[in-house]
Design a binder for this molecule. Structure first.
Ligand SMILES: *[C@@H]1O[C@H](CO)[C@@H](O)[C@H](O)[C@H]1NC(C)=O
Length: 325
């Protein structure tokens, strides 16, 4: 079993332990999603590294049940729980992304070292990637260099499959750098800036500006919601990582999705009913954009109780109704 997915399984089993009250943990560290280009991978890091703390010895069992119900909910609302508990999303904790472990075929047949020699750094990226670059002779393209070794490197080829699934033509290959071979993805450049860097958002917000920013954020939410649902209806996979760094707003204020790499894109088993999708989208949007709503003073709780029958390894007495506080 490869480390990357062992870790994902670990979250799942750890959550069952949390729900069984075996391991308390610092909830403030779990499932926090930072905005910024690195956030899908930082979310993964947060998810795979829950902070475990020694348990205080005797806890009353009702208290423990409340605690575990809360932990269970929190888990279901986390980055992967939000995918796992939806029956229309083709994701479970042992799922491998489409195209998994095909780096040899996907990257290693095409030596692009000379083609990308004059690249200029455009944006640094997550821990699986070595950055996004521009090329002087290919102005409408960007080059992404991806790691072919190290943690989760088997997921690198999934990005190529995802880009193809979304109908984007890409050139893939490898480049030999002093430190070794890296994967190369040459793709269409998307012009635009993230919402939080746009004029609609500012860090010195007065009350009126806050209302405008909130309206703009809600408008962006509706636009992205429509876009992602339409993609599903066209038979495309689910784009699930629509955080700030992955939505670029162009000069006409139109939003574009970027970053089709692991772990943001997953296949679906079916196109969900609109209201099912809307409920899921709403939760995930507020989860991914939580810090922006907090900054505006409008935090929206991401509330979701997983369905009892979808959990496994649970004793029926654990399946208590939610205790209202
Ligand atoms: C790829 O091409 C570069 C430049 O021609 C060369 O230095 C490098 O050794 C090649 N890499 C492999 C693995 O063949």
């Amino acid at each position: 079993m490869l480390f990357c997915f062992t870790s994902l399984s670990f979250i799942f089993w750890a959550s069952l332990l949390f729900t069984a009250g075996a391991i308390p943990y610092d909830r403030s560290k779990q499932g926090i999603h930072q905005s910024g280009p690195d956030s899908s991978t930082s979310a993964l890091r947060y998810s795979v590294a829950p902070v475990l703390q020694p348990r205080s010895s005797k806890v009353h069992s009702l208290e423990r049940r409340k605690e575990t119900t809360a932990a269970d909910q929190e888990f279901a609302n986390g980055w992967f729980g939000q995918l796992h508990y939806e029956n229309w999303i083709d994701y479970s904790f042992n799922s491998k992304c489409v195209g998994y472990d095909k780096n040899e075929e996907t990257f290693m047949r095409n030596n692009l070292t000379t083609e990308v020699a004059d690249r200029k750094l455009f944006a640094s990226f997550g821990s699986y990637n070595k950055g996004i670059f521009t090329l002087p002779n290919l102005r409408d393209s960007v080059v992404k260099l991806v790691r072919l070794t190290g943690l989760c490197h088997e997921t690198a080829s999934c990005e190529i499959e995802s880009l193809k699934a979304f109908g984007q033509h890409v050139t893939s290959g490898f480049a030999t750098l002093p430190e070794g071979n890296v994967g190369v993805i040459i793709m269409k450049k998307v012009e635009g800036i993230p919402f939080l860097e746009s004029s609609k958002w500012s860090f010195t917000l007065d009350e009126a500006q806050k209302m405008n920013a909130l309206d703009a954020l809600d408008a962006l939410k509706r636009e992205v919601q429509e876009m992602i649902y339409n993609l599903l209806r066209e038979g495309k996979p689910l784009f699930s990582d629509f955080q700030n760094g992955n939505i670029l707003i162009d000069a006409e204020e139109k939003a574009h999705l970027v970053d089709f790499g692991f772990p943001g894109v997953w296949p679906v088993k079916m196109v969900p009913e609109r209201n099912v999708f809307n409920k899921w989208f709403e939760r995930r949007w507020h989860f991914l954009w939580e810090s922006s709503y907090v900054q505006l003073g409008y935090p929206v709780p991401v509330f979701y109780q997983p369905k009892a029958e979808e959990r496994s390894g649970r004793e029926s007495e654990d399946l208590l109704p939610l205790i209202d506080e």
